[in-house]
Ligand binder design. Sequence first.
Ligand SMILES: [Zn+2]
Length: 254
Amino acid sequence: MINIEPIEAFSDNYIWLVTTNEGSIVIDPGESTNLLKILNQRSLNLKAVLITHHHFDHTGGIDKILSEKSIDVYGPNNNIDSINIRVNNESKINLLGIEFKIIEIPGHTLDHIAYYSENNGHPILFCGDTLFAGGCGRVFEGTFEQMHDSLSILKKLPINTKIYCGHEYTESNLKFAKSVEPLNQRIISRYNEVIELRKQGIPSLPSTIELELETNPFLRVGLKEVQQEISKKFNTSNNDKDIFTAMRQWKDNF
Ligand SMILES: [Zn+2]
């Protein structure tokens, strides 16, 4: 059995805690206070830290964790010194009996990676700030083309893949999605569902690749209805990358 739970951090971050009968791992601990409290209260045995990219709200808790536990920190090649095991596209890591494949997905940052596991037919993906529920991360360091390519890799994962991303942005993402595709009933109903969940303080995650393919405009740039809307509004070509770029820039100012 695998248990995956969110630990809320800052205003809208999620730190993901994964536990099996072999222990626990944590993904992107931007801070450590709540995490350490939970580990102690429940006597969980933390085995490793996994990092998706260098941003402080995903890494700021590492040093405090390491001051209490001597464990490995996995992550991409970047400026975070406390990462002691560097991983890349070729890497496979086995933790808690789960085999994770590393997928390089630059765009939001240049170092950004995701952790994917087939998990015996119940695939899971930890994708930091690249693919969000209903949207995608801002392009800070890479190019729009890189971000589009990275999302194109993720969208080919099995449709039942559960998506655990780094922020609770779903409501505002879907508000934007409704503007891109005003007639998409699936987006409208998902938006209403998410508003209800958030009213009750329930996370809108995990999502799935299937749900994102239906409702995330950044995974739908190849579709006629999306192309028409964007190319008309911004006078771009129908090329997927141009549509993606115009859409991402629109979202930046939305
Ligand atoms: Zn980030």
